[in-house]
Design a protein around this ligand. Structure first.
Ligand SMILES: Nc1ncnc2c1ncn2[C@@H]1O[C@H](COP(=O)(O)OP(=O)(O)OP(=O)(O)O)[C@@H](O)[C@H]1O
Length: 590
């Protein structure tokens, strides 16, 4: 596909202007908490940048490494995460009010890799535009798939795409909302010359269709470089030049810096500014510097929340996407089900064969049995939930603004609910087969319902822990430390009645306690008589009530355990949501 053949279906040709005035960006000063002295001083990243770009401009932002190109692009897209000052306006509107007019394609493409190209685009269309069944949205989707030559790939998983194809998919995704200004960070880096030409061709066609296309480019070949009609030359956070290729050439020639024939002009300019920075004044060739009296601000990514689908639709769409990812991963799911439930319940079943709580020896065994089914279910679901956000954190931070953090959290939680139902059913069915349960079927059903409620609370606990420690990656280290006091509160290892008074409130946060309390009550309340040997010298527990009393379990267990598990679920969900929101506030991932 060449640029000439490429004819991006347009999109109304409206004039668009982006003006940047006195843009300053700096890194925050870091102070160590034990000394007042700064441990990392603030560094200027962009130094008083002012520029104006107009419809049809295809801008190459060039400069040496660390010049501030990415920061400049992110600021213009309203996604800069560093402290900043200055004004950025699109068509006279403050950038934060210019929602949907600007979109960015970052250097690294991030997708949910198990989705197919078509599924990804449908998800994005639904999220950004609305129902794909609406004729205009259907038409937009079809034309983008066609223009970007993605038809043959539409059923391929994103993970199987080449670098160039992923770039095209990123571009198509950004163009769904028809932004007037498209910003691309190093769109050709890592691509071979064919794919680089393909991508640049597409971008040039877009600029010719009336958009402003701004790209940072690293070492573009001479052939590619001449496709750009504007250059922004940057070094050390300053914008040294902005204008046409011809003007740039003249400017350098006036400074006696002549690009040798057959030499790549982009490389020449970069080399020149690297060697001569500070000695020569390149001047800013910019024909529309913003008016003095203009006021406004640089938007942060949080300001740029465009129109979103309603919350329930967001949850539904995110669940749909998770289900697609799940379908691609179904083998793993069954393997986990086999290992976590079938194998471990078979082991328990084998070890506890024939036990009954009606003998003194059986009391100890049955207590152990109840603890094991409780802990196995809880640990398997909570540790699975612990890592649920980790793999998708970058994706979530890329999609900030498209949907709410709360809908992402809720959809992730809901996607784990089937596990909370299937795991206990399989576990209880197998594990209780060999033990002696009074009213076997009914008791097993009651066990299953209690374990399902406990599994939901354990999932909330795992998700909460995962979200709170996601950025440090320390959730796997922290969780066992939190598990210890929580399962000590279960009453399986330490009588609850013998807990020190100050530790007592902790039991109200323990899902292990509520789960084991429910199972114990369900079982021991049905044991009216426990055999006591006549020659025993120790205290004899002669019925189930006595066992419950000795452990310190509650008498009003249905109400206490159900409200307790609900309380634990809510507390951990709120903590987890706070953790996820904190990640969202850290800003866009670029
Ligand atoms: N979040 C940040 N925290 C600290 N320093 C930062 C941050 N973002 C950028 N910088 C610093 O700002 C300077 C400019 O970075 P930027 O990524 O914008 O440069 P660049 O021109 O895009 O570089 P390259 O061509 O190597 O990608 C660099 O020195 C970088 O270390």
């Amino acid at each position: 596909m060449t640029m000439d053949k490429m004819s991006i279906k347009t999109y109304p040709k409206n004039d668009v202007v982006i003006k940047v005035k006195n843009l300053n960006v700096w890194t925050p000063e870091e102070k160590s908490w034990w000394r007042r002295k700064s441990s990392k001083p603030s560094v200027v990243v962009l130094d008083n940048v002012s520029v104006c770009m107009k419809t049809g401009e295809f801008v190459a932002v060039i400069g040496p490494s660390g010049a501030g190109k990415t920061t400049f692009l992110m600021s213009m897209a309203g996604k800069c995460t560093l402290p900043n000052s200055g004004i950025i306006k699109v068509n006279g509107k403050n950038i934060k009010d210019a929602q949907g007019l600007v979109d960015i394609v970052p250097q690294f493409d991030v997708f949910m890799d198990s989705l197919s190209v078509e599924e990804h685009l449908i998800f994005m269309t639904e999220m950004k535009l609305g129902s794909v069944s609406k004729p205009s949205n259907k038409e937009m989707l079809k034309s983008l798939i066609h223009e970007f030559k993605l038809e043959t790939l539409s059923h391929s998983p994103v993970s199987s795409l080449s670098g160039g194809e992923r770039r095209l998919l990123s571009l198509a995704t950004s163009l769904l909302s028809n932004p007037q200004i498209l910003i691309c960070d190093e769109p050709t880096t890592g691509l071979d010359s064919y794919n680089a030409a393909l991508v640049v061709g597409v971008l040039k066609a877009l600029s010719m269709s009336g958009k402003i296309v701004i790209c940072s480019v690293h070492q573009p070949s001479s052939d590619l470089f001449k496709d750009f009609n504007s250059i922004s030359l940057m070094a050390e956070g300053k914008l040294l030049f902005h204008g046409t290729q011809e003007d740039c050439k003249k400017k350098f020639e006036r400074l006696n810096l002549r690009c040798p024939q057959n030499y790549n002009p982009a490389e020449f300019y970069i080399k020149a500014v690297c060697m001569d920075l500070g000695n020569k004044n390149y001047g800013l060739e910019n024909n529309c510097v913003p008016d003095e009296d203009e006021t406004g601000s640089v938007a942060t990514q949080q300001d740029l929340h465009g129109t979103q689908r309603n919350w329930f639709r967001q949850v539904q769409l995110l669940l749909w996407r998770s289900s697609l990812a799940f379908k691609g991963n179904i083998k793993n799911y069954f393997f986990q089900l086999f290992l976590n439930t079938i194998i471990s319940s078979l082991i328990i079943n084998t070890c506890y064969i024939g036990i009954s709580g009606t003998t003194q020896k059986g009391v100890q065994d049955f207590r152990g049995f109840l603890w094991l089914i409780c802990s196995e279910v809880s640990f398997s679901v909570s540790y699975c939930a612990l890592y649920a956000f980790e793999s998708d954190l970058t994706l979530f931070k890329r999609e900030v603004g498209i949907y709410k953090a709360s809908s992402f959290y809720v959809s992730r939680f809901l996607s784990l609910v089937p596990r909370c139902i299937i795991w206990p059913i399989v576990f209880v069915t197998i594990a209780t087969l060999a033990v002696d349960l009074p009213n076997h079927l009914l008791t097993a059903v009651k066990f299953t319902i209690s374990l399902i409620a406990m599994a939901v609370a354990s999932t909330a606990y795992g998700l909460g822990m995962g979200a709170l420690f996601i950025s440090t990656g320390m959730m796997g280290d922290v969780m066992p430390c939190a598990d210890l006091p929580l399962f000590l509160m279960s009453g399986a290892f330490l009588r609850i009645s013998s807990l020190p008074i100050w530790l007592y409130p902790l039991k109200f946060f323990s899902h292990f306690y509520y789960g084991l309390d429910a199972l114990s009550n369900l079982y021991w309340r049905q044991i009216d008589w426990i055999e006591c040997s006549s020659n025993t010298t120790s205290i004899c527990l002669n019925n189930g009530e006595a066992v419950l009393l000795e452990n310190g379990y509650s008498s009003n267990f249905i109400l206490e355990d159900s409200t307790g598990l609900l309380f634990v679920t809510i507390i951990w969900s709120l903590l987890g949501f706070y953790g996820l929101k904190r990640e969202e506030n850290k800003g866009y991932a670029y």
